[in-house]
Design a protein. Structure first.
Lengths: 191, 982
């Protein structure tokens, strides 16, 4: 038996901060796995998603909630969803998804590819106006909507998970730059 | 007390006093004042010197069109030159200084230029500084530059912060005058998402400056009520202090919002925000700008636009003189006299160029119909005027009303040209508007208050209809239609003195006449020859006047004469606002590998690789030169084992039933038959057959591959593969996703690498040479169950592996590898040692895959499989790319001991002159090889393999190097590959 154990480190070490009316918190307890739909396998995929996670397949730009592992399924592109869920084994989230979907999808672990920040509070959209090109108005970007965009040269996935709450995912390697961009925006608009 | 010229009424706050300084003099104003209105209230008339002749100048307008009153605001690093006093909102503690003089504002030594004016006509520089030619750069230009320009930059970094942002709306309304407010009320009541932007800090436009009534109430009060109502509507965003600067494609507008310019200190908040406005429809309600009349001496302080005189009286409660005269070609002049009389300002005279009856009675004023002002007097400020009849009238302010020019600028930003409308003697927007834009109110030539209100309302109803929104069915506000009778009168021909057109650039009627005589008759040439319409005001008070005069000289109509093109920005925008927050380390993001903090703790020296920071080497105590660290890292790795962070390599997860076939088409070499559990080196070609990236791809399962790319090309390769997947071969079942960020990956290289890995790889995984040979790969676990991927590949030429774990474990793995490797004296090595070892091994990298080289040049022609098709295959067969005397990748060694090679050196025959004709190739990569104890290099030379042993010159003029080199095999180290298979 080897003498060494590896300890995990989150991209921002579980960072949390309140600025003005908005709380910024790194989300570290969710896994993110992509599932690509085999060509011609849409029906099988929808069935597997319903069976494995109790979720309907979202269209691109939308997300649905499943009834297993608190899974939220994000429609990312016509043949791909991301599944955001509480993993039973944090080291093997792709295994969990692969077991649930069997051969109906090609799965790839993305949990360590993204830093996830949740921004919550009145004023969150005012801050995001400074870096987010997307229209986050209620009528255009309602609850559970998801989209890819770019903020300060960084790729970002935006998921609205509350009236004043957004999950923002951005590549892990630039997590500190991303945090800075988000927090600077909040500092710029806070009273 | 806020000045001897203060009147009653107005939109200023009388309960508070603001102290400010102008040229060091302490003065006071009121909240609601601009710097210009506060100066006028204090009787300060001389505020600036003109650009060219250093003529005394005063406030001319009351808005962003101001050509004269340019000042420097604030001090030290905060100093901002060329700020228009007419739009600078007064705050307590404001420091302003006049600019563009030598000595003092009152006694400007450079005013000598004015005496030299006869010699300084249009085109003066072009005509005068012709010879001697050598004087231009050393004498003339420095002298001209020293006296040119207006304000001074601080020369320090801008201490303010700036930001950018994105806003979205159904309807953008540009301008909050009567038309804009009427449009916003209608749109706001309908529930549309509206942005109402106005460059002023007080919304209302001319309603604040005139004495008109709306819905039976004073216009300013109605405007305030309208703004209050709009502020309460959730879907309406009011943006005062915001100038819409440009109309861009697809309904996108640019806007500059001044957030803290009106505050004494920004308190850490961005001073200005450059917004990108995404709109579905836009209504331009930008109003109109008044124009003067050209007559002799029409530039003295005290000569102002009549509309500005009314604005100062009605809005700012400032009398612009003790005895005010009016010179007009339209009914606005009479309204000026009426408004001022009502405020108790004595009117000395009204001079109307038109014949007929006076439009109104003005108490105690001399009324002169069909009359003209021919000249003026007063050195530092107006003291009187002389009429064409010779009559002299003493006065200290002359309000000039020459008619109104609709602010059509934004309508022209997509190439549209305005058209002339005789009825108002002005240009109005043409037919070619930017998509989604309509125009209302004075900007559309509708010059009465009642007309503007109705027009704004109409435009909003129309826009809402186009948006599919139901209008609120409200009635437009009502006002009386004031008289707007006007004459086309531009220039008092009897004037013998200089009659100014462009006050900012000191362009006179005579300059236009000179341009005409010398053939510069097109408006574009007129502008460039005379500088008319350039600089901060872009000729907003000058252009039409000059066009009219040019039209008169050429006998063409003004429409035929045309206008110059209006381009963004509408008003000047600080460069800092375009930069926004992208300064210093905020210029771009930084990418860090999972073990970055660990490397930093080791004192690693980092290098930028794109956005990545990569450790170049890890200095140890006692090492004083980078070469010592790098040599040690190479020697220790080749001697025992070294570990290098290779996380930055691009990694792409490829899955699907057709994944193998897909790779077969992407790579030049075959991948279809790669066995599961094996890795293969692959080379990618561009469509034109040039090699562009290389890497390894591992087959983890029948339908599952993972590719690595170079760090530099990670995004490009992914993008190209997505293009191939979606557009070239959409029928294939293949799916791509980047896993670059997912995996922390470390090269473990050296003869003891296997022994080191055996200490941390979980025992159920056999990594012996037999079970896990060269180019094997497997999904394994390490350190008691942590999932990992192991690849037996070597960039160094040693027995070597790459080990990948989830990024969260990267830092821990680096520490564990070094701890477990302690018994082998394991070292961390950086990108320099990595580079040295790959050059020793003869592996091509970015310097060799430079966009000019082919597989054949790289010695990989046999890899380009002819049994299958792949991207670049066909064009790689072009004859020029397959010449027998083509370039070949070779190794090079200096002949002289101690000689060093330089990358970029050209290869020449020993006795050949150094020119392109004799160029035989180049050195692409160099290193000092601690293994061979000499400088070595890789490079390309014609027919290299046939010339091994030959001596050439490596000549590098850039780095001043010229050494003799021997052509050798590119594989300096272990050419037979025995080590990596051990």
């Amino acid at each position: 038996m080897p003498d060494w154990k590896l300890s995990a480190r989150a991209p921002l070490d579980g960072h949390e901060r309140n600025i003005g009316t908005v709380a910024v918190a790194e989300v570290t307890d969710l896994a993110l796995v992509s599932a690509a739909v085999p060509r011609g396998g849409d029906e099988a995929f929808a069935a597997a998603l319903a069976g494995g996670f109790g979720a309907t397949r979202p269209v691109t730009g939308d997300s649905t909630l499943g009834n297993r592992h608190a899974a939220r399924v994000l429609g990312m592109q016509p043949d791909q969803v991301f599944i955001l869920f509480a993993p039973p084994d944090p080291d093997r989230p792709a295994g969990t998804v692969a077991a649930a979907l069997a051969s109906a999808a090609y799965v790839t672990d993305q949990s360590d590819s993204w830093v996830i920040l949740r921004m919550t509070g009145a004023g969150v959209r005012t801050a995001l106006e400074r870096i987010c090109p997307l229209d986050l108005d209620d009528r255009v970007f309602p609850l559970h909507r998801v989209a890819r965009t770019a903020m300060e040269h960084l790729s970002v996935i935006v998921l609205r998970d509350g009236a004043d709450s957004f999950l923002l995912m951005s590549p892990r390697s630039s997590a500190r730059s991303f945090r800075h961009a988000v927090e600077l925006s909040l500092e710029h608009v806070s009273e | 007390m806020s000045g001897p010229f203060r009147l009653d009424g107005g939109a200023i706050e009388r309960g508070r006093t603001l102290a400010f300084r102008f040229d060091g003099r302490r003065l006071t104003g009121r909240p609601g004042d601009t710097l210009a209105s506060a100066l006028l209230a204090n009787g300060v008339r001389l505020v600036a010197r003109s650009f060219k002749y250093h003529r005394p100048r005063g406030v001319f307008s009351a808005g962003s069109e101001e050509p004269n009153a340019l000042v420097e605001l604030r001090s030290g690093a905060y100093r901002e030159p060329n700020t228009r006093a007419t739009v600078a909102e007064l705050f307590d503690g404001l420091e302003a200084t006049s600019q563009n003089y030598l000595g003092s504002l009152r006694h400007d030594l450079l005013a000598v230029n004015d005496l030299l004016a006869p010699f300084l006509s249009a085109g003066f520089y072009y005509k005068t500084f012709m010879w001697p030619r050598s004087f231009w750069e050393r004498v003339y230009e420095p002298a001209i530059r020293a006296s040119a320009g207006l304000g001074r930059l601080s020369g320090e970094a801008d201490p303010d912060s700036y930001d950018k942002g994105f806003l979205h709306c159904d309807l953008l309304i540009v301008g909050a005058g009567p038309a804009g407010l009427a449009a916003a009320l209608e749109a706001g009541r309908s529930g549309a998402r509206v942005i109402l932007a106005d460059e002023d800090f007080l919304m209302g436009g001319r309603l604040n400056a005139e004495s008109h009534e709306v819905n039976g109430r004073p216009g300013a009060a109605w405007a305030a009520d309208a703004v209050r109502e709009l502020a309460s509507v959730h879907s309406v965003r009011l943006m005062p202090r915001t100038t819409v600067i440009g109309a861009y494609d697809h309904g996108v507008y640019g806007a500059l919002e001044r957030r803290t310019d009106h505050l004494a200190a920004a308190r850490g908040k961005p001073r200005q925000i450059l917004w990108r406005l995404y709109t579905r429809r836009a209504i331009l309600c930008a109003g109109a700008s008044e124009r003067p009349i050209a007559f002799g001496g029409n530039d003295r302080p005290g000569i102002m636009l009549a509309g500005a005189v009314r604005a100062y009286a009605n809005r700012f409660a400032v009398g612009t003189g003790r005895r005010v005269g009016v010179f007009t070609n339209n009914d606005d002049g009479w309204r000026t006299a009426g408004d001022l009389s009502a405020k108790g300002v004595p009117i000395a005279a009204v001079i109307d160029v038109r014949d007929g009856e006076p439009a109104a009675a003005v108490a105690d004023a001399r009324i002169r119909m069909n009359s003209r002002v021919v000249t003026t007097w007063g050195r530092h400020g107006l003291r009187g005027i002389t009429l064409a009849t010779g009559e002299r009238i003493a006065l200290d302010c002359l309000a000039v009303a020459g008619g109104w020019n609709p602010n059509v600028h934004l309508t022209c930003h997509h190439g549209g040209r305005p058209v002339w409308r005789d009825a108002i003697a002005s240009f109005v927007p043409g037919d070619r508007l930017p998509g989604g834009m309509s125009v209302a109110g004075a900007a559309d030539g509708c010059l009465t208050t009642a007309g503007a209100l109705a027009d704004g309302h109409r435009a909003a109803v129309a826009a809402l209809g186009e948006l599919g929104l139901a209008a609120a069915a409200g009635e437009p506000p009502v006002a009386s239609d004031e008289a707007t009778g006007a004459a086309s009168f531009w220039h008092v021909r009897e004037s013998r003195g200089r009659a100014w057109l462009d006050l900012q650039n000191d362009v006179t009627v005579k300059d236009v006449e000179l341009a005409h005589r010398e053939g510069f008759r097109s408006v574009e040439l007129l502008k460039r020859y005379t500088t008319l319409g350039m600089a901060t005001d872009q000729g907003r008070t000058a252009n039409v006047l000059a066009l009219a005069i040019m039209a008169g000289l050429t006998g063409r109509t003004i429409q035929e004469t045309g206008t110059t093109a209006f381009r963004p920005p509408y008003t000047p925008v600080p460069i800092a606002a375009f930069a926004g927050r992208s300064r210093g380390k905020d210029f771009r993001p930084t990418r860090l590998t999972p073990s970055h903090d660990w490397a930093e703790g080791q004192g690693a020296v980092f290098v930028d690789a794109g956005m990545w920071l990569r450790a170049q080497w890890f200095p140890r105590s006692g090492e004083t030169h980078w070469r010592q660290s790098v040599d040690r890292e190479v020697t220790d790795t080749r001697g025992s084992v070294g570990i290098c962070d290779v996380t930055t390599l691009g990694k792409i997860d490829i899955q699907g039933r057709d994944a193998a076939e897909f790779l077969n088409r992407i790579y030049a070499n075959g991948f279809a038959k790669l066995a599961v559990g094996k890795v293969r080196y692959g080379l990618m070609l561009r469509e034109d057959g040039i090699a562009y990236d290389d890497g390894t791809t591992a087959r983890l399962a029948e339908h599952h591959f993972v590719m690595t790319t170079t760090t530099a090309n990670a995004v490009l390769v992914f993008r190209n593969m997505e293009f191939a997947r979606q557009c070239l071969w959409p029928g294939l079942d293949v799916h791509l996703i980047s896993v670059t960020e997912q995996w922390a990956q470390y090269a473990v290289a050296g003869p003891n690498s296997r022994r080191l890995l055996e200490k941390i790889v979980d025992p159920e995984h056999d990594i012996s040479n037999e079970a896990f040979p060269f180019m094997a790969c497997a999904e394994i676990s390490v350190c008691g169950g942590t999932p990992a991927r192991l690849f037996r590949i070597s960039f160094s030429g040693e027995l070597a592996y790459e080990l990948a774990v989830a990024a969260r474990y990267g830092e821990a793995l680096m520490e564990v590898l070094l701890a477990a490797g302690e018994e082998f004296d394991a070292v961390a090595y950086g990108t320099e040692a990595l580079g040295v070892m790959r050059i020793e091994k003869g592996h091509a990298a970015g310097n060799e895959l430079n966009g000019q080289t082919t597989a054949r040049m790289l010695g990989m022609q046999r890899m380009v499989s002819k049994r299958k098709d792949c991207i670049g295959n066909v064009l790689s067969e072009r004859p020029e790319m397959n010449r027998d005397d083509g370039m070949e990748l070779m190794g090079f060694k200096p002949l002289g001991s101690g000689d060093e090679l330089t990358a970029g050196a050209h290869l020449l025959a020993l006795d050949a002159p150094a020119d392109t004709v004799n160029d035989e190739g180049w050195i692409s990569s160099v290193a000092y090889s601690p293994t061979l104890e000499t400088s070595i290099g890789l490079g390309f030379v014609r027919q290299g393999h046939a010339r091994i042993g030959e001596t050439l010159r490596a000549w590098d003029a850039l780095q001043g190097s010229d050494v003799r080199v021997e052509i050798v095999s590119p594989h300096f180290h272990d050419p037979d590959g025995e080590l990596l298979r051990a």
